[in-house]
Design a protein around this ligand. Structure first.
Ligand SMILES: *[C@@H]1O[C@H](CO)[C@@H](O)[C@H](O)[C@H]1NC(C)=O
Length: 233
């Protein structure tokens, strides 16, 4: 896979996540509405798009209507909000990606050489995934992974050791393939940038490129959430 196609995908997903990420809970229909509002003001929404209207209408969902927002649309589903699981099934046709917030990537110290392992697998629900897919056969199920329980020295080791990065990526990719997922949302940017106060950005980019290439090589989508800079208005 050439680096050009990688960069394309990388930026598409940054765009995707900044524009159309929403969590499937009450509060977030706000965000969804806002997306729609900014993209399709005239055709879709027959009220003026103002903060007041959004606050008034965010609970409204048209179940029958087709997806109008043309870009990829990702929805997070959290185990602590059962309603989100239903919304994802009922409105599967309005999403291109659903990301169940289930898994953590944790260091595995008791092996030589060290690697990482996946926790949170008790939350995995294949029956629900089947239901979601039955309402949208094209939908991509891309669970979110959080890096957890990494001490600063362990993170440093991860960034400094390319072979460790590859072992860990392989563990994640094997897990995704074994469970018939389409990729993963890898939450690492905010954690590392805040922990290192920005100084780890080069190592982080190197890590991300490495992982994204390994994911794509195995036909798994790699999605990286990147927040706006703190000084963005
Ligand atoms: C598919 O969506 C329809 C309409 O929103 C809903 O009634 C149905 O329960 C969904 N199917 C499954 C398997 O959840």
């Amino acid at each position: 896979m050439g680096s050009q196609s990688y960069i394309f995908v990388f930026f598409v997903f940054i765009a995707l996540l900044s524009e159309s990420t929403s969590t499937l809970s009450k509060a977030d229909k706000n965000a969804k509405k806002k997306d729609k509002a900014t993209k399709n003001t005239k055709t879709e929404i027959d009220v003026a798009v103002t903060a007041d209207e959004i606050l008034k209408n965010y609970m409204h969902v048209d179940f029958k209507e087709e997806k109008k927002f043309p870009n990829p649309t990702l929805g997070y589903v959290t185990p602590w909000n059962g309603h989100g699981y239903d919304v994802a099934k009922w409105l599967a046709h309005k999403f291109t990606h659903i990301s169940p917030v289930w898994f953590q990537i944790v260091p595995k110290r008791d092996t030589e050489p060290p690697t990482c392992t996946i926790e949170g697998t008790h939350d995995m629900d294949q029956g629900w995934i089947k239901d979601v897919r039955s309402n949208n056969s094209d939908i991509k199920i891309v669970p979110r992974f959080l890096f957890e329980k990494w001490s600063p020295p362990e993170l440093q080791q991860l960034f400094g050791d390319e072979l460790l990065q590859e072992r860990c990526a392989k563990a994640v990719i094997d897990f995704l393939q074994r469970n018939k997922f389409d990729g993963g949302v890898v939450e690492i940017w905010i954690q590392v940038m805040s922990m290192s106060q920005g100084s780890a950005v080069r190592d982080l980019l190197h890590f991300i490129i490495n992982w994204a290439e390994m994911f794509q090589y195995k036909d798994q989508q790699f999605i990286l959430p990147v927040p706006p800079p703190l000084d963005a208005s």
